[in-house]
Design a protein around this ligand. Structure first.
Ligand code: ATP
Length: 199
């Protein structure tokens, strides 16, 4: 049975935190592949104009290039809104009927899970692979109370932790601060070429 990791995100832009999460999950869970799934119209991020899916897709493709275990999947970008995870999982499962699925998350996203649409449905469709995100406190007991089925579905990942966020990268880019080592060089070149994140 194929073991598949799914990393959904805005990827505006993709950064070292995403890549380390994916690589840590791949190694820890012996995954055959990690699919990066850029979100088309993210329900949780309506407060900020995010870059067009075409830009985010292109940057995600550049970020994973050269890693044979990583691939970009456009299932979420290609479908009409709303872009809820619990309705995405059946689409992926239909594409890979034999696969066991892990949804990869940072602990900040896990903390938000009770606010997602139908989180209990998501927990029936896949396991969660969670990497701590430094600086984010996780109220485990409160989470457990809200989602009693959660603990049994989570695989905690042990790997290098970085405090990098896409927000930080955007702020650095706007301030013309160095992005070196925060994002792959190819993504940096793309940002410069398309003048993204300038104020
Ligand atoms: P933004 O700063 O715009 O909110 P982000 O850096 O959180 O973006 P997303 O694309 O929203 O990036 O994240 C996709 C997934 O990757 C989420 O589950 C998030 O928790 C996880 N993730 C992002 N950065 C890290 C990190 N540094 N460590 C662990 N997980 C991360």
């Amino acid at each position: 049975m194929k073991r598949l990791g799914l990393l959904g995100g805005t990827f505006d832009p993709p950064h070292i935190g995403h890549l380390l999460l994916a690589e840590t999950a791949r190694i820890s869970l012996d995954l055959d592949q990690v699919l990066f799934l850029p979100v088309g119209d993210p329900p949780h991020k309506n407060d900020r104009g995010i870059n067009a899916a075409a830009h985010r897709l292109a940057m995600t493709r550049l970020a994973i290039a050269g890693n044979p275990y990583f691939a970009v999947d456009t299932s979420d970008v290609d479908r009409p809104p709303p872009h809820f995870s619990y309705t995405l999982l059946p689409i992926i499962q239909a594409k890979y009927p034999q696969a066991a699925l892990w949804f990869l998350l940072g602990s900040d996203s896990l903390a938000d899970l009770p606010q997602w649409q139908r989180p209990e449905r998501l927990l029936k469709q896949c396991r969660l692979a969670v990497l701590e995100r430094p600086g984010v406190a996780l109220e485990r007991e409160q989470l457990q109370q809200l989602l009693p089925d959660l603990a049994a579905q989570v695989d905690w990942l042990d790997g290098p932790l970085v405090k990098v966020s896409a927000t930080m990268v955007r702020e650095f880019a706007a301030a013309n601060r160095s992005l070196r080592y925060l994002i792959p060089e190819t993504v940096q070149e793309y940002i410069i070429h398309h003048a993204l994140y300038q104020l």
